[in-house]
Design a protein around this ligand. Structure first.
Ligand SMILES: [Zn+2]
Length: 210
């Protein structure tokens, strides 16, 4: 796969201005006045996840929070801007749905399986502490899922960790309790393009689009 160059970026922006923007001026006029996203999408920084492509959403639809491993820090844990972004989305923008979406071939899960690969990366090593509890969820995931690679099972488990971390925040418990916020755990498979959702009743991941 060819690496993106600055030239191609600039050309892309030029094409957007010349060919796309003129036909969508009304839409961008509305967007310029404010945003009213329905969904907060928390996913990995991985370049292969393009939410607007795989969900066919439009500018203004998704409020997106991305970081390595789709982490949601527990209440009181310092973790950059993640907590602030989520709090703002839920309390100010009043999104109706919060989706935590892990994915296949995730580098963070890879690091969890091979910690020596990141031994010279102190920031990544620190960050990994937010994902490490996935090991504790592994048994349950594997028990309910049947055949899964260890990587996939850990990725599923990590989504469950982050969903549990969400519940440590009082405003999340309040919003879900009042019925104005629904929380979802997803897994995106890059090769097949398919998304799975966590079914809380069956305690397993099932296809999102049956
Ligand atoms: Zn990832």
């Amino acid at each position: 796969m060819e690496r993106l160059t600055m030239d191609r970026l600039v050309q892309g922006h030029k094409r957007f201005l010349d060919e796309i923007f003129p036909g969508r001026q009304a839409q961008f006029h509305l967007l310029a006045e404010g945003q009213r996203p329905g969904v907060l999408f928390v996913t990995c920084a991985d370049s292969r996840i393009v939410p607007d492509l795989i969900l066919q959403t439009q500018p203004g639809d998704l409020f997106i929070c991305r970081n390595a491993g789709n982490v949601i820090p527990r209440c009181g844990e310092p973790a950059g801007g993640v907590s602030a972004t989520i709090e703002y989305a839920v309390e100010v923008l009043r999104v109706r749905h919060l989706i935590v979406c892990g994915h296949s071939d995730c580098g963070v899960i890879g690091a969890l399986l091979a910690p020596e690969s990141i031994k010279d990366l102190p920031s990544v090593r620190d960050w990994l502490q937010h994902v490490t509890p996935a090991w504790d969820y592994l048994d349950e995931v594997e028990l309910n899922a049947g055949e899964l690679t260890r990587h996939t099972a850990l990725t599923h488990a990590n989504v469950l960790v982050q969903l549990d971390n969400l519940k440590t925040h009082a405003y999340i418990r309040r919003a879900t309790g009042e019925g104005r916020l629904q929380v979802h755990g997803w897994y995106y498979d890059i090769l097949s393009g398919r998304i799975e959702k966590y079914d809380e009743g069956r305690r397993k991941f099932v296809p999102l689009a049956a």
